[in-house]
Design a protein around this ligand. Structure first.
Ligand code: NGQ
Ligand code: ZN
Length: 461
């Protein structure tokens, strides 16, 4: 068997499906050559089916995986995002370093099995429930990084700056005490974390100001200056305009809508990921697209929480860049995210095949390639496309799956994204050159599930 080499009869490259692709990578997990129209060398390993880049998951709050499915009942006739948040805070109050590690490990195995090969963790449960620092101030984040490393998923760890409970620098609530940092204490904790868990090809750091509700212009300025001193060019993610209530408060206290406010005051470019830019007017759509920032879209969570619909058609028509995230993890499946993204637009516009372009007429192909590239930019890591210099991260589709069997390659992604027939079509998953899922199975899935289940039983007791 030749080391660090895979032969794929079909692989999706930057220019679409190609035949007879030879993939080669080095010991650090970086692709060194991706050569279509190759002849298979003797003794080479063959991929079991069509190969394509793994999908980056650009937005995750790992601990929320453990409450998925537990808030789907009417507690009051006006249930909303804000009443869900009360329940989420109650749940967050119970999380310990041990439990966040167990939840994240199981979650990342689910992600890998679904074909997500990278995750951006928007991490804000920093301290003990009463706000006391742990002896190691980065304890919670370290457990999450360890879960990524042990499962094999690539990670961008984004410790969150949370200071205030609302616009106008309102004092934090008691149940937000676990989240609270100053820019300086957050950056110090990030430096501690980096010393303990250094960056490598599969791990990068950035920061996440939680939202414009939770920081001020002055503190955001300090955070970014400190970040650039220690982590030049690192990614910056922020929740921006998810609920109309926060847009109204922003207008009332700051005089402009959140996306406009941010674009007018900060140098927003492709290192930024604006998560849930749900409520944007036409002018903001154009400016945000022109900025190069990545729109972080989380369609299943945004539907679950009753956020509203992002104007995806207009944003993509303006050449805006986007990626997808599983956020609250009500679904852990990029296929569902892309499908719902398109279906939201179909339902709204009463049209079909809305999110496509004249040179990419297949909706699923167009959305997959755009989300992989945009998501990759949001990770700040070299992922998202199978080409030399990027990570050796890919998924292998089951060639015998009914969603693709009998179809030509131009219909494979359509089948994968739009058909909901039977088990997952993702058969094998490789990250950094290591096969972490084989035949739909992760090597640690049984033990991780036992640990997750015991953790959940403890949390809910
Ligand atoms: C979060 N989640 O930080 O987990 C938020 C809710 C908030 C989503 N927006 C809390 N999906 O925005 O204050
Ligand atoms: Zn979020």
């Amino acid at each position: 068997m030749i080391e660090n080499t895979l032969f794929a009869q079909h692989a999706r490259l930057a220019d679409g499906w190609r035949r007879n692709v030879l993939l080669q990578w080095d010991a650090t997990g970086t692709l060194t050559a991706v050569t279509p129209d190759s002849v298979a060398p003797g003794g080479v390993q063959y991929a079991a089916g069509p190969v394509m880049a793994g999908m980056p998951n650009l937005h995750s709050h790992a601990f929320q995986r453990a409450m998925a499915g537990l808030t789907e009942y009417r507690a009051n006739p006006a249930d909303s995002f804000w009443s869900w948040r009360e329940l989420m805070y109650r749940f967050a109050a119970r999380i310990t370093p041990e439990s966040i590690g167990a939840i994240a490990q199981w979650l990342y195995i689910e992600m890998l099995k679904a074909g997500y090969t990278s995750v951006c963790e928007f991490h804000y449960v920093h301290h003990a429930p009463d706000g006391q620092r742990y002896a190691n101030p980065a304890e919670m984040a370290e457990r999450v990084v360890d879960a990524a490393q042990v499962t094999g998923i690539g990670m961008t760890m984004l410790p969150v700056l949370y200071q205030y409970s609302g616009f106008g620098a309102l004092d934090p609530r008691a149940d937000q005490a676990r989240f609270i940092h100053t820019p300086e204490s957050l950056l110090a904790s990030l430096a501690t974390l980096r010393d303990a868990r250094p960056e490598n090809g599969a791990l990068r750091y950035g920061v996440a100001p939680h939202s414009l509700r939770a920081v001020s212009a002055a503190s955001l300025t300090r955070l970014l200056a400190g970040l650039d001193a220690g982590f030049p060019g690192a990614p910056v993610h922020i929740h921006i305009a998810e609920q109309t209530g926060e847009v109204d408060s922003c207008v009332a206290t700051e005089g402009s809508r959140p996306v406009r406010w941010l674009l007018d005051r900060f140098d927003v470019d492709s290192r930024w990921c604006l998560v849930h830019a749900t409520h944007v007017d036409e002018n903001e759509v154009q400016s945000m697209a022109a900025s190069g920032a990545i729109a972080g879209l989380c369609p299943t969570t945004e539907a679950n929480l009753g956020d509203g619909l992002f104007p995806a058609h207009d944003f993509l028509a303006a050449q805006g860049r986007f990626g997808i995230g599983s956020d609250s993890h009500i679904a852990v499946d990029w296929r569902s995210e892309l499908r719902l993204l398109e279906y939201g637009q179909r339902l709204l516009r009463r049209e079909r095949n809305v999110l496509a372009s004249s040179n990419a007429v297949h909706v699923a192909d167009y959305l997959f390639d755009a989300a992989a590239l945009g998501g990759a930019a949001a990770t700040g890591r070299a992922v998202g496309v199978l080409e030399a210099g990027r990570r050796a991260d890919w998924i292998v589709l089951d060639p015998d799956h009914p969603a693709i069997a009998g179809h030509g390659c131009e219909a494979w992604l359509s089948g994968v994204v739009f058909c909901e027939h039977g088990e997952s079509p993702v058969l094998d998953v490789t990250v950094g050159g290591f096969k972490v899922v084989e035949g739909r199975r992760h090597r640690d899935e049984e033990s991780a599930f036992r640990r997750y289940r015991a953790t959940l039983e403890g949390l809910l007791a």
